[in-house]
Design a protein around this ligand. Structure first.
Ligand code: MV4
Length: 498
């Protein structure tokens, strides 16, 4: 009897529990003090407290998670995404404890975690990388080599990823300050200030390829996801397939991703991130995410492949029955990340209790969420509280379905980014599919009028409701015929002639 410990929380923990239970595996949840009433705790067969709400004292505590694994008799540990998902030491500790880590080998996590080493491995594997330097550089080397690469250049942190420690430099005079800032940010975030240079690929799209490999050398790809709709390096929405990827380009990018995975002995689910040049032809390896991604559902609904179940089977040493020839892409999927943030006030994080919840449903609608009425949104964890995924026969069908589903979605008690997604579904540049990574940051604003209107309407409504409730209460108490003010006066103890 297999027993999976899910070393995570929120929607992804719920997602993994569901897959494991459908495979007949027992499930073990871990939770922090603040997550005692969380949905993943309720759905799992067993649940163990691992400490106070701050992630550093709970979900990042390798010792506490392994202690639960031992006490519960778990046989597998799935890290989800975030927290310890790409922590090589955690993966190794799980294996050393005699359990199966549901993810890639620690060596692959290490190889792809160091972006300079990853670039070297890709160059050796014939995978196209962005023109730049293959080594970490001293300040003098950056100053000497930047002009040869050609401005604008990007200074990138070797230990980085997701844009942390990255600085754009448009001219030589700006190099020294940008270098210092990049090194400072990288040292603070990763304890490593190694940087390297890349030529900036202007107007690029961020297209990633899902790969899936078993422990017997079989690696396939499951196509691409368009992830260019980003704000401050956080993906806002994703879609599959990409409007910019043709069948031929998909095969080329897929082959490059499989070669990249094989170059580091990868198995399990993983994602290779590429930049797609605005010419729609040239693409460059950016980095590989050695984990299940937030946006995996758009690939699942278009291919019909359950990535989490495959990860669990692969962790047990099972062979991948799926071959590349089996993979088919049907229709179009869009995922909107629903964050507890206020899009009308610079995406300020929103906390509070979910007082009422109405999730969309119906044909082609999937909601991956851990929300429930009474759920308390806190600042301890990532603001993403749900993912709304829709699937349609065509991209226009998917857009129309997303509009309908967003209109149905009601989350009261907190502010969310639902209005942002409703606006995006109406924007010409999104509808035409012609957006790149610069769109959201440079060409899109949320008009504040709607937000102010909303507040004013809400205040007026609340006043009217309060008045109506008071009137109803008075009417229930008073004999027929008395004026409202007489009744009111009487209630206040005033002498009022009958
Ligand atoms: C780039 C790039 C353009 N040229 N590298 C963003 C974080 C990490 N995934 C790598 N990223 C990029 N690397 C070169 N040589 C564009 C991105 C990029 C991006 C950059 C700025 C703002 C938003 C972005 C969203 C996706 C990718």
């Amino acid at each position: 009897m297999q027993k999976v410990l899910i070393a995570n929380r929120g929607e992804i923990a719920v997602r993994i529990i569901r897959a494991a239970q459908e495979l007949g595996y027992a499930t073990v949840a871990v939770y922090s003090d603040g997550d005692r009433a969380a949905l993943h705790v309720r759905l799992a067969d067993e649940a163990f407290n691992i400490g106070p709400s701050p992630a550093a004292e709970s979900y990042l505590r390798i010792d506490r998670i392994l202690d639960v694994a031992r006490r519960s008799g778990a046989t597998l540990v799935h890290p989800g995404y975030g927290f310890l998902a790409e922590n090589q030491a955690f993966a190794q500790a799980v294996i050393d404890a005699g359990l199966r880590f549901v993810g890639p080998p620690p060596s692959a996590i290490h190889a792809m975690g160091d972006k300079v080493r990853a670039r070297q491995a890709m160059i050796a594997a014939g995978v196209p990388v962005v023109p730049g330097t293959a080594e970490g550089l001293t300040d003098d080397e950056v100053l000497a080599q930047a002009p040869g690469i050609g401005f604008p250049v990007l200074i990138k942190a070797s230990a980085g990823g997701g844009g942390k420690g990255m600085r754009r430099v448009d001219k030589a005079d700006d190099l020294v300050d940008a270098l210092a800032a990049a090194r400072r940010e990288s040292a603070k975030a990763f304890g490593d200030d190694t940087v390297y240079l890349e030529k900036l690929v202007e107007g690029a799209r961020h297209v990633e390829i899902q790969v899936l490999g078993d422990q017997h050398g079989h690696v396939i790809h499951l196509g691409e996801r368009e992830c260019s709709m980003q704000r401050r390096h956080q993906k806002v929405l994703e879609e599959c397939p990409s409007p910019a990827v043709t069948t031929v380009l998909r095969e080329r990018m897929g082959a490059a991703a499989v070669a990249a995975a094989k170059a580091v002995g990868y198995y399990s689910a993983g994602t290779c991130e590429f930049l797609l040049d605005e010419n729609g032809e040239d693409f460059y390896f950016l980095e590989m995410n050695t984990r299940l991604q937030v946006e995996h559902p758009v690939t699942e609904v278009v291919t019909g492949v359950d990535l989490v179940k495959h990860m669990l089977r692969i962790a047990l040493g099972r062979k991948l029955r799926l071959t590349q020839e089996h993979v088919r892409w049907t229709g179009h999927a869009i995922e909107c990340r629903i964050n507890a943030e206020d899009p009308f006030h610079n995406f300020l994080p929103s906390t509070g209790r979910v007082t009422s919840l109405q999730e969309p449903s119906g044909p082609g609608v999937r909601v991956d969420s851990a929300l429930f009425e009474g759920y308390e949104v806190s600042l301890y964890y990532d603001p993403m509280v749900a993912k709304l995924i829709v699937h349609g026969q065509t991209r226009p069908d998917a857009i129309l379905r997303m509009r309908r589903a967003l209109a149905e979605y009601r989350i009261a008690g907190i502010r969310t980014t639902i209005p942002l997604h409703q606006r995006l579904m109406d924007m010409t540049q999104f509808i035409s599919g012609s957006y790149d990574t610069s769109y959201l940051e440079h060409h899109f604003t949320m008009t504040h009028v709607e937000g102010r209107d909303f507040d004013r309407v809400a205040a007026i409504t609340a006043t009217l409701l309060a008045h109506q409730h008071r009137s109803d209460a008075i009417n229930r108490l008073a004999p027929v015929g008395d004026s409202e003010w007489k009744r009111f006066g009487r209630r206040q103890g005033m002498r009022v002639s009958s």
